[in-house]
Design a protein around this ligand. Structure first.
Ligand code: HPA
Length: 277
């Protein structure tokens, strides 16, 4: 068998007995939503530490806990990834997206992605939330390179409506109803871990990108390939390199993410309810 598929299946076999229910929605918690599992918005029913899953890649970034959290948001059964795996940590792309595929095997049909990103669009400001309309992933390897996982999806995967247009409409309505301002734009994935140079950000702007990050696009590809319906929201934690001339720091990213976490959380919860019906 294909080694990527073998690893995925053995991860799934080691946890299938421990799943409290079949999740409908998978939620990836980015910066600013790390406390989501402990919030009143989800009735938590179980945890599964990544380190308990044999063969599972580990997250090493500060402030990212590594576990799946199971619970209900309203009536929607949800599995959350508290802590994601980043390409810049040194993993193969197939490892980076293994948790996404695992949540698909658990039964999740919807993937709700969140992240921190740098604002490229000069009309954005730190603290803005951006609905992801589309992405540019051409600067990082595709997670679908290698033998195709025939059981999950096709070799040549259409990417026309990766960020589900019906869900985008629902999320825009939800944002308006809940009074949370929401921009909409194109996310570009860089490998990191260094932030981009001003020249790279000018290039990204010329290519049509509105926000830059180091995750998410590869996760969306793997999920879309596996037949999940995907949506995503970026928290603009800082203006990208060169936009204001200020230097970038991880502290600023964390600070902004923490500052707007209540608003972000409110929108994500309302969004899960809206798309999970
Ligand atoms: N660039 C890339 N990733 C990021 C940024 C950024 O400016 N801010 C938060 N994540």
């Amino acid at each position: 068998m294909n080694p990527i598929e073998e690893r995925l299946n053995s991860c799934f076999d080691s946890i299938r007995e421990r799943l409290p229910f079949r999740p409908k929605t998978a939620l990836v918690l980015g910066s600013g939503l790390g406390g989501y599992a402990e919030s009143g918005d989800i009735r938590t029913e179980g945890f599964l530490d990544y380190q308990e899953i044999e063969g599972f890649p580990r997250s090493t970034v500060e402030g990212h806990k590594g576990r799946f959290v199971f619970g209900h948001v309203g009536e929607v059964p949800v599995v959350c990834m508290q802590g994601r795996v980043h390409y810049y940590e040194g993993y193969a792309m197939s490892d980076v997206v293994l948790p996404i595929r695992l949540m698909r095997l658990m039964g999740a049909e919807i993937l709700f992605l969140t992240n921190a990103a740098g604002g490229i669009n000069t009309s954005y400001a730190p603290g803005d939330l951006m609905l992801i309309r589309d992405h540019i992933s051409s600067l990082v390897p595709s997670p679908l390179i290698g033998p195709n996982l025939e059981g999950l999806g096709p070799r040549f995967c259409d990417m026309t409506d990766t960020y589900d247009s019906e869900y985008r409409s629902l999320l825009k309505e939800t944002a308006a109803r809940t009074g949370v301002p929401l921009k909409e734009g194109v996310y570009i994935q860089f490998s990191g871990p260094q932030y981009e140079t001003p020249a790279e950000i000018r290039m990204a702007r010329a290519l049509g990108a509105d926000a830059a990050g180091m995750s998410t696009a590869c996760e969306a590809i793997a999920a879309h390939h596996a037949g999940m319906r995907v949506c995503g929201i970026s928290c603009i934690t800082n203006m990208a390199a060169g936009v204001t001339g200020e230097k970038l720091s991880h502290e600023e990213v964390q600070e902004t993410a923490d500052r707007i976490s209540a608003r972000f959380q409110k929108l994500v919860t309302a969004g899960i309810l809206a798309v999970g019906q």
